[in-house]
Design a binder for this molecule. Sequence first.
Ligand code: PLP
Length: 389
Amino acid sequence: MEQRPLYFDANATTPVHPEVLSLMRPYLEEEFGNPSSSHRWGQKAKNAVDEARFQTAAVLGCSTTEVVFTSSGTEANNLAILGFFSAEAEKRESPLKRLDAHCVTTMIEHGSTLDTFRWLENWGIGLTRVAPDRSGRVSAEAVAAALRPNTILISVMQVNNETGVVQPVQAISALARDRGIAFHIDAVQGTGKLPVSADSLGGDFITLAAHKAEGPKGCGVLYVRRGRRLSPILHGGSMDGNIRGGTHDVPAIVGCGAALIRSDSYRLESAGKAPLRDRFEAAVLRGIPDAAVNGAGADRVWNTSNISFPGVPGEALLARLDLAGLAASRGSACAAGNAKPSHVLAAMDLPRELVNSAIRFSFLPSVTEGDIDRGVEITVACVQGLRKR
Ligand SMILES: Cc1ncc(COP(=O)(O)O)c(C=O)c1O
């Protein structure tokens, strides 16, 4: 009998929870109104968006006026960074090029943060990318050392998507607050894995994406602390306090609110599952003794194992794993299919051979001991098979 394929790619995305799907469905069918319309269809849709905003605010522990819905985590990161700089340029009545401003981020951020900062850098904004240590953790001290008198924004992720390493965002937040610098936290990979309340994280802007915790793709959230100003990057609508134009994607927003509200349950389902990840890593290392677990020395979320298999090309291994019934990834979902080596592992100063052979395995809370053991068998066999060629 053919066995069910194993999905070890939860950091890319997760299946939509059936309860979430059933709440979304009416807004794809009979309740199809545009929330900006004043008639009854519009009002039903508006009520649904209001409810999702309320649910999202409850998870963030903030006011509903501090919640902005976007099309993705990527858009929320772009909005936080570009929106902040546009607002600053407007406030100072200065073109971006003459802003005399500097920002600090890390070398291990998601592409949606790094590429947005790169774009700003091309427009003359100063940028420092702080390196992590060998275990993939960026220290608050390293961020402090990168600050300059004209630093106005810091952006650091809560959890790295490739290694699962948890970053010290609370300490960085205290630092930013002391210096009066705005702080953006990309909490996309914390969504459903760690608490993401605005007060516990401490950021001025926080990005969430419910599709990492059984919500739908196509919806992101940006928390904007009261008193912080952002200019829109999508113009032409008065939605979300004039910060983000565009007709709301009602089904996705409904699903996002519902998934965030149940993200505590999602987190609880995985409570006590870290030993499964450790079991996976220990067994893979027994089978392939020269394999290396990246980020092993740091505090990591329970579900992520990033493992290098020296001498084995990562792309070839990924394809073989897929054929053998195991879906994993080389790193960020957006980087998949492009054979570029991981910028995260390279920033950790790992030898090229470890960077080129790394695979990210990321587990859903429903993973069982049996899945883990089968995953080990497949992985070891695929690595050995490629080494024999
Ligand atoms: C850390 C991090 N930030 C941002 C994103 C982008 O989120 P989205 O896929 O919703 O655009 C991802 C997606 O994997 C991510 O892992």
